[in-house]
Design a protein around this ligand. Structure first.
Ligand SMILES: Cc1cc2nc3c(=O)[nH]c(=O)nc-3n(C[C@H](O)[C@H](O)[C@H](O)COP(=O)(O)OP(=O)(O)OC[C@H]3O[C@@H](n4cnc5c(N)ncnc54)[C@H](O)[C@@H]3O)c2cc1C
Length: 473
């Protein structure tokens, strides 16, 4: 069966093609749908949602116990969500607050989790290679730039913070302006940091390759099948019911679509734009010959990659949240967001001003009320979940998948003792408080960024500190 998802809206102001799930699919091809659930079924494990969380869990379960009957239920196609739309930072950045995790498991628990995240970057690269997945993966590390005085202050704080949490000097290091320029020339950059623990990936290729690998191992993925209700041993869909002793909810930013979950993880919007391929004359001005990922120290931060086909793909929050925990339509983002991201791109890289924006898109990521990720399996009900990665999910899903697999197999391992396992988090406020809170937070962050630029503040603006306090971030 074909797939009508890749319809890209070109009628938008400015003519930037918008939606079509993501550029990553436009540059390859949207996959053909797998068949839907053909009626009621039974399984040993039922996984709801075929993004990286669900797929990695299936992968490790099947690798450890090949005779397990695993059924995956997916509303659209495997990789339709954030997993096929993201910025391709396969980074060791930890989702969530370190003091938050330390409050239950102490400092050593967090240090172990950070180590596990670094190892997970290499694990993903190794599995992709072992399974023959071609996903433009290059591990050239992660750059962060500071472009005003307050950002420079945060840069130094971040280095100290990493040392406090056990980083070795080579894990995160300061780059002088010259060293930074040697890698990528960002306008107004004052200093930067470099971490080797990050690889550039083309996320749609990775998630499609993983889905095929999981299928080859004997997992059944039913697509075009929407789950509406999850209760112990049961996942109800529009196509029938799956009964299994273990049911795992792997829906991240789509969690609110399940009955009773509306105030669970908040679907935060993140949007991206991608340029046409850069001509040699532009490349000569900005450098960026490697595959380093690029971020900044702004409050409303950006993330970028140089793609394997020589474009710049850049993302950020834009309009962060849709009222009532709604999600986008096929990745179409708001005009305002496209303009804001394009303005930022041109500000950082004036040499690309004349290069057309080839496509814009967006997706949702899951934000828990305490901003900390979770892996949970309730052995008494057989219900489990993993997510709440707050935008750092590409590597984290691998660690979560291995951890969920250990929990399902009732193994007590180093992974199941990590501090994010078994966390209980309070729900978000009801609407309109939820919407007002997120709008306020991002309005304040943007105001803080503007103030820091305009007034050359020597340290983080008080406005941002207030925003952090209000949101409990
Ligand atoms: C624009 C953007 C950029 C990002 N950039 C980065 C980055 O560079 N690095 C990084 O680490 N992280 C990044 N992230 C976050 C990262 O992509 C996610 O954390 C990660 O992909 C989450 O994977 P998942 O499998 O948990 O969720 P998803 O990939 O969202 O998968 C959930 C799946 O569930 C399906 N589904 C939804 N509702 C139902 C239902 N009712 N029934 C059945 N199926 C359903 C969806 O179609 C989807 O396929 C980014 C996210 C976005 C949106």
């Amino acid at each position: 069966m074909g797939n009508a998802m890749n319809r890209v809206d070109t009628t938008a102001r400015g003519g930037v093609p918008n939606g079509g799930v993501s550029y990553w699919y436009s540059s390859t091809e949207l996959p053909k749908y797998r068949p839907p659930l053909p009626g009621d079924r039974e399984a040993d494990v039922c996984i709801v949602g075929a993004g990286f969380t669900g797929l990695w869990t299936a992968y490790y379960l099947k690798r450890e116990q090949p005779d397990l009957r695993i059924v995956m239920l997916e509303k659209e196609f495997a990789g339709f969500g954030a997993s096929g739309r993201n910025g391709g930072w396969l980074s060791s950045e930890l989702a969530g607050s370190r003091p938050g995790y330390a409050s239950t498991h102490g400092r050593q628990g967090v240090v172990d989790l950070l180590r596990a995240m670094r190892a997970a970057v290499d694990e993903v690269v190794a599995v992709a290679s072992a399974e023959g997945i071609e996903a433009d993966i290059v591990k050239d590390g992660l750059l962060h730039v500071a472009r005003n005085q307050a950002q420079v202050a945060r840069l130094h704080d971040s280095l100290e913070f990493e040392r406090e949490w056990g980083a070795e000097p080579d894990d995160f290091r300061l780059l002088s302006r010259d060293e930074l320029d040697g890698r990528v020339v960002v306008a107004d950059a004052r200093a930067g940091t470099f971490s080797p623990h990050c690889a550039r990936v083309q996320p749609a290729k990775l998630v499609q390759g993983l889905a095929s690998a999981v299928e080859r191992m004997g997992v059944t993925i039913y697509e075009q099948t929407t789950v509406s209700d999850i209760t112990p041993q049961t996942a109800r869909t529009d196509r029938g019911t799956v009964r299994a002793p273990i049911v795992l909810r792997c829906l991240e930013g789509f969690t609110a679509s399940i009955k009773g979950q509306r105030r669970n993880w908040l679907p935060m919007n993140s949007s991206m734009i991608v340029t046409d391929p850069l001509p040699a004359s532009v490349k000569a001005q900005i450098g960026w010959c490697g595959a380093e990922l690029l971020g900044d120290f702004a409050h409303a931060y950006m993330y970028a990659q140089r793609t394997a086909d020589d474009r710049i793909a850049l993302g950020g929050r834009g309009i962060p949240y849709r009222y009532g925990s709604r999600t986008d339509d096929r990745g179409a983002t708001q005009e305002w967001t496209i303009e804001a991201l394009t303005g930022l791109l041109h500000d950082m890289f004036p040499a690309v001003r004349d290069i057309p924006i080839a496509q814009a898109w967006c997706g949702v990521l899951g934000v828990p009320r305490d901003w900390c990720a979770t892996v949970v399996l309730d052995q008494s009900t057989g219900l489990g979940t993993a997510g709440g990665y707050v935008g750092s999910g590409l590597t984290t899903t691998n660690l979560a998948g291995r951890t969920l697999a250990d929990l399902v197999l009732r193994r007590d391992t180093e992974l199941t003792r990590l501090p994010w396992v078994g966390r209980r988090v309070r729900p978000w406020e009801p609407e309109p408080l939820r919407w007002l809170g997120v709008q306020a937070m991002y309005t304040l962050y943007r105001a803080a960024d503007r103030r820091e630029y305009k007034r050359e503040l020597p340290a983080t603006s008080k406005i941002a500190r207030v925003a952090n306090m209000i949101t409990g971030r």
